[in-house]
Design a protein around this ligand. Sequence first.
Ligand SMILES: Cc1cc2nc3c(=O)[nH]c(=O)nc-3n(C[C@H](O)[C@H](O)[C@H](O)COP(=O)(O)OP(=O)(O)OC[C@H]3O[C@@H](n4cnc5c(N)ncnc54)[C@H](O)[C@@H]3O)c2cc1C
Length: 414
Amino acid sequence: MKIFSTPFDKSGVDLLEKLKCKMYKVASFEITDLPLIEEISRTKKPVIISTGMSNLKEIDRAYNLMIKGGTKHIALLYCVSNYPSNINDFSLNNLEIIKKKFKVKIGLSDHTIGSFLSCMSIIKGAEVIEKHICLKNIKSVDSRFSLNENEIANFKKDLDNFYKLIKNNTYLRSKSEMKNKIFRRSIYAISDINPGEKFTKKNIKTFRPDKGLSASFFLKIINKKSPIKISKGKPLNKIGMKGQDTCELFFDNVRVPKENLLGMEGMGFMMLMKELAWERMLVAIICQAGAEAAFAHTVQYTKDRKAFGKPIGTFQNTRFKLAELRTEIDFCRTYLDRCMELQLEESLGVDAAAAAKYKISDMFSKVVDDCLQLHGGYGYMLEYPIARAYIDNRANRIYAGTNEIMKELISRTL
Ligand SMILES: Cc1cc2nc3c(=O)[nH]c(=O)nc-3n(C[C@H](O)[C@H](O)[C@H](O)COP(=O)(O)OP(=O)(O)OC[C@H]3O[C@@H](n4cnc5c(N)ncnc54)[C@H](O)[C@@H]3O)c2cc1C
């Protein structure tokens, strides 16, 4: 941090020079004190000049005297010399006018209360901001409009945010909003379209999500002939797992180039069957992790949420329920870890993978259900992770083979 000062006469300048002061400030009330300005300019050090009460002629006089004395770096601060000053007394266009006329760094000497005016001045090109600072428990002439020690950090944060708002000169779109592009529309076939048939408003339509050909091509492809057969299909309307756009895929008249062939022709289903045990293990792993996460959320929730003046986690029912869930989760984890060891040794049996899938997905559903109960009414609200887990977990007992089919597979090995 550079420390500098505002002298009010020649003796002040002399003292500051002895102290090796690196730059100077001219107060609004001294801008017409030309002998003082001449004295400061002799140091040839950077100078900040406040321009409260001054007309352009007065600023010009002080500025030219500084330049004449050899000062190279000057910043002119727009200022209203009332303490505190009122926002209605400002015209921020003054900043642009000063910048245009003097070709210097411009800034604001801000005696208003709060950060609003300083932030707005940044949009107008201010690069230097002056603000008074005073400790909270000290009463002084400027304590009323000064920032206290607790407010400085937020003031700086506000300024930084405003600098960020204007630092780009090119048209900018933030990366973070791009994830929402999925909620735009893309083009879907709403009836089967044969090769050579024209795209019309009757056979194509735009729907969310934007996963295929963007809706922006709609007008371009209308009346163009389809080179291939397209079968209708649209995203399935699931009760949960809304982040995945599950839909049926139709592969009609698709030609696969030789170099893209995986495995042997006609053996696709056999290859898929070989991976089923691993698919079931993946579901088991997802369910185990989900149950552990739901449990951790719930333990925290029962510590935070109070009823009858106590955290709900102190009630015996809550403690016993959490103890039961923890036991079930740990048992499943032990079984899953053993299955993973066998999987890595390539000796995991179909029955063991099926058992892991059905038992752990059942356990996940039970854990989430009990955890939701411990959340009370909040557990039914979608902003709570437990509510989303309640809906999303349900499919685990159905896909990758239903849990009934898993039992069928195990029973066949008996
Ligand atoms: C969210 C989600 C995503 C999916 N993702 C995919 C995917 O990416 N790829 C994919 O190929 N599939 C996917 N599926 C499909 C899923 O694999 C099947 O829904 C599942 O295998 C069950 O088949 P089914 O719907 O035909 O049910 P059905 O076979 O009709 O079963 C209905 C009921 O009958 C029972 N049942 C059926 N046969 C027997 C039997 N022999 N003995 C006892 N009970 C029986 C079942 O257990 C079930 O309770 C997904 C499903 C969902 C819900």
